[in-house]
Design a protein around this ligand. Structure first.
Ligand code: NDP
Ligand code: 8X3
Length: 262
């Protein structure tokens, strides 16, 4: 049976690692053509090669920093040289920087989180929307987080950013109602990617502890959820999906076999 994603153009931001790279491979297995962006081009090159081997008829990549309007515009211009339509836009680029309480918060961490998780989604969506609006059934899928639903200590800016992403999704859903363009958010919980390594600025021991004793989500679990959502027929819009590992009932309620507390 032909995949509903066969030859569709799927644009993924933050495709150089974690969910974005896993999504590139998963959409490739479904036969999609890929437009991949992130800052680390050598990583993108490796992911695009994996995607080609997994079955993508075109796995293309270009440097993208969603925190800069000029970079987003250059990326969008490059996209327009490859295709006049984007069927699926996955706004995934983002992450957390630091886990300091507000009293000790660093401007550069707050700014990086709001730039990538909030303004990045707005910028990329604004730039790519013209390639989607004439095509009913196209789909904007944003990556939110359980952090957008529940606040936690040390998470003020990140939780605010992901709550912002959720409200951007909801506003876009309203704005695009009647165009046939679908808008949704996939909001994962604890997932082992480079997320904690980035949050703790390369401290791998601290990053590892976040997952200790639990069985977290894998990047592939989230990628499969994205492929499933994007494979629904055009009249079906998955608006909001929360995906957590079985060991995580709430942000703070994580079953750990070692009893370790992060
Ligand atoms: P990773 O750190 O593995 O991946 C983050 C990706 O985002 C990388 O490809 C990185 O690429 C990219 N990125 C970050 N900043 C920018 C930027 N300014 N411009 C372009 N690309 C950028 O983590 P995850 O895969 O876990 O994170 C993906 C998304 O999922 C993020 O939005 C994160 O907040 C969210 N999330 C993660 C969860 C988790 O527990 N892992 C749970 C819920 C949500 P590069 O550095 O090459 O630019
Ligand atoms: C990542 C999940 O709980 O570490 O968005 O903020 S959490």
């Amino acid at each position: 049976m032909t995949s509903p994603l066969s030859n569709k153009w799927v644009l993924i931001t933050g495709a150089s690692s974690g969910f974005g790279a896993a999504a590139a491979r998963a959409f490739a297995r479904a036969g999609a053509r890929l437009l991949l962006g992130a800052r680390r081009e050598e990583r993108l090159e490796a992911v695009s090669e994996e995607a080609r081997l997994a079955g993508s008829p075109a796995a293309l990549f270009h440097a993208l920093d969603v925190a800069r309007t000029d970079s987003v515009e250059a990326f969008a211009s490059w996209v327009r040289t490859k295709t006049d339509r984007v069927d699926v836009l996955i706004n995934n680029a983002g992450g957390a920087h630091g886990l300091d309480p507000v009293a000790n918060g660093k401007d550069e961490d707050w700014e990086a989180m709001l730039q990538s998780n909030v303004l990045g989604v707005l910028r990329v969506t604004r730039a790519i929307l013209p390639l989607m609006t004439g095509h009913p059934g196209s789909y904007i899928l944003n990556i939110g987080s359980v952090a957008g639903h529940t606040a936690y200590e040390g998470g003020a800016a990140y939780c605010a950013a992901k709550a912002g992403e959720l409200q951007i999704t909801r506003a876009l859903r309203l704005e695009l109602c009647g165009t046939g363009v679908r808008v949704g958010t996939v909001d994962p919980g604890l997932a082992e990617t480079e997320f904690s390594l980035v949050r703790f600025k390369g401290d791998s021991a601290r990053a590892k502890k976040v997952y200790e004793g639990a069985v977290p989500l894998r990047a592939d679990d989230v990628a499969e959820a994205l492929v499933w959502a994007a494979s629904r027929p055009p009249h079906v819009c998955i608006d909001e999906m929360i995906v957590k590992c079985t060991d995580q009932a709430e942000v703070y309620k994580i079953h750990r076999r070692t009893g370790n507390k992060v």
